[in-house]
Each structure stands twice: as structure tokens, then as C-alpha cells.
Design a protein around this ligand. Sequence first.
Ligand SMILES: [Ca+2]
Length: 477
Amino acid sequence: MRTRDLRQPHAGCGVAGARGVHQPGWGAIFGVPPRVRGANWLLAVACCLGGLCWAARAESRPPNIVLILADDLGWGDVGFNGRTEWSTPRLDRLAAEGVVFRRWYSGAVVCAPSRAVLMTGRYGIHNGVVTNSADLPRREVTLAEALAEAGYVCALYGKWHHGRPRAGEASYVHPLDQGFAEFRGFTNARHAWEQFPTQLWFGREQRPVQGHANALFTDWACEFIRAHRQQPFFLYLPYIATHFHIQAPAEEVAEHVGKFPERDPADPVYATYAAMVTSLDKQIGRVLDVLDELGLAEQTIVIFSSDHGATFEQGNRGASAFHDSNRPFRGGKRSLWEGGIRVPGLVRWKGRIAAGGETHVPVHMMDLFPTLLAAAGIQRSDLALDGIDLLPLWLYGERPPERTLFWEWRSEGYQQLAAMRGDLKLVICGGQPPELYNVETDPGERRSLHAEYPELTAELRAALDAWLATEVPEARQ
Ligand SMILES: [Ca+2]
């Protein structure tokens, strides 16, 4: 019932070629029972009557933004998406206090392109980053730059993931040159495999450190929030869990030892992966506690997602395969099936976004850029963004106009393309026949509809080709 209200109008949409014009209201979109909906209306009225000072405050001060990104964390690794073998109480509480997006899509199937989409609000074929070794071009306007120009102080604690220097550049473009006033962490992807690094970057200088990387990032994040509590801030926290190495603090691992049939009990890989997730949850909880302590929770948008699906590659040591991290989806990192691109997603904005909602409207990581700018009241018509402003969806449950989303992964020997319109998704893997799935009724992408709907398959293929033709030269350099 909670989600059927939303899905029914377009259950056969595309396939039947007859998408309804039904525009469900807030309650239908977020599947909130009428009783609760009524309570929210009362709350809304109360806010209107008593909230003039809040409104004045909101106008004078745009919201803070805390953007938390996990690394290689699967859709099914978190409690709010059904994980029961371990618990993520802080993330689950965040979900209960905000909106869960059941169909939140990453921009790409590996780290660098995914993060570039997030930072630019543009597809990789437009921002130039389509491989893991591509550097984000200096000319790209990042979310941090757009926010900084509007008066935000922007900090990044975690993993940046630079690429090879571009033509005309002596080095990679540093996060301090992409809008961040403060940066501490890993600039380089391989360095970010170290869960307990001995050195990290403090701006442009490497310094010795001790401890668990994610805990250090959290320490700095909390200090940053305290230091900048009086001004709008953008805190970007790209944690390194659950990317390999599969390591976690010993006391956290101890909490999970014995739960899983380990291949080698002396080397509890599966318990360690669980500990990476639960430890991440605890670190996020520390950030939320500081927001509460400083009275900033209602002035701060908190977003949580992952850069792409969990990996089944060697470095993961079988942990995500054992735990079925991307369940119920097919595939994972480096694949365009849902397991590769559908990631956990939630947004909390206390007092603005009603608590306890969920939606199956497909949203994309590139939408964050225009949505957050809209939330901050920033107009940037000069930017050629691919994402759309989803603030009406966040705040009022207004369904965005229908659009077709695209992905490509043509690096490292892969040849994969995908296009999605509503619930329908075209996947093309190399020279294989095209696959067409309804990802709502067949989330495991097992029953291709391409033979039954050849015209629709061809239509999505043509849209995909037209999109690919817009690729900028930098993407292939
Ligand atoms: Ca990653």
C-alpha cells in the first residue's frame, strides 16, 4: 500500500505506451497513510501559523548541506533497505526522519566518473570523466564552487579520487582548486584502500596520522561544523567504507564475529565487512549528534548515498558476494544492471521534508546539484546541467516530468550502455541482443521484454545513440 499508490499509475507505462497523467499528491507519492498525512497537514498549518520567525531565518540563511557518500556500498547493505544481518540504526533513524529514495541511481559504475557526476550535475560524457583515470577538468563548475560563490564555506574530508593530469595541466586538479576551502583525506584512489593510513593529505601537504580513516574524517567534520556553525556550510564526506581493503576497527569486528560461516575463522572477512558498515553508521551518527547538539538539524540538509553498487571483485574477498550486498538486484560495480547503479539514497531536511516518506520515482545523482542550488536559492542559468531540480519532489512529492536517463560504461574492456524511462530500462552489453526490463516488477532484471516490445526497444536505443552523440572530446582523451 505504501508504494503501490505511486507505482500503479505507471505500472504498465511505457510498455503499453500509455503513461497516465495522474499526478499523485504528496501522500500518494510518499505512500503515507491518510492518518499520518492528516497529522502532517496539522503540522504544516502549525508551522505556517507559528513559523514566521523560521521563515525569516530561512530567508536570511540558506540551509547547510551535509553530503555523505559511501564507497562501493550496496543497496541492500543498509537497514533502511532491508538488511537484517546487522543493523544501521543511525542511518535508519535518518531515513525515518526524512525521505528514502528507493530508486536513487548513481552516475556511473566506478568511483571517479560517479563522483564527477555528483560534483558537476552533468553526465560523464559532458564533464569529460568517463573512466577511473580521468581527472575532473578545471573548467567544470563543481557544486562546491557554485555554493562557495554564493557564500558557503565548503569542506571535503574523505576520498577525492583524482585522475591523470589533463593536457595543459602540470598535475591533477586539486579539490582546493574545485571550490573546497578545506580538504583532508585521500586525493588518490589507491591510497584510499588504506583503512588505517599512516599519512593523509591536509590540503596540499601530506602529514602523518594515526587511526581509522573514517573516524578521522568524522573528527574533522565535527570540528568543521562547530567552527562554521554561524555561516552556511557545505560538508562533503566521501567515506571509504565499504571499499576494500576489507578492514575495520577490531572492537567493531568483534561485535560480528561468530555470526557468519567464515572460510577461515582466524580471518573473519564476512564479519569484517559487516563491521565496515556498522562502523560507518556510527561515524555518521557522530555527525548527526553534533548537528543536534548545536541546534543545526533543522537548518541542515543531510544526504546519504553510495557512489555505485557493491563489488564482487577480488579485493572485496567475497564479502559482498556472501552478503549479497546489492540484493535484490543483478550485477554490481562495473555493470549497468541495477546492482551497479541503484544505490541507497535518503535526504533529511527537518521541518521542510516530511518525515517517514519514501518514493519510487527514479532520481539520479546528477539531480543533487540543481536541487541543492534551488534549496540554497542560487540561480545559475549559465551552467549546462543534465540533472533537474527535484526540490518540488523533495518538499511536496511532485513527480518530475518524464525523462530518459542514460549510462555508458565503455572502459577497461567493457561495452555497456543503458537507458531508462520510467520503469523501463534498456541494457546493451557489448554485441549481445538488447535487454529491456521493467525494473519495478522485475528488479532482478531476469525477464527481458525486448522481443515483445521491439519498437520501444528501438526507441530507447535511438535516444541512447542521440545522447552518445553529444559526448565532448575530453571524454575520450
Ligand atoms: Ca567506489
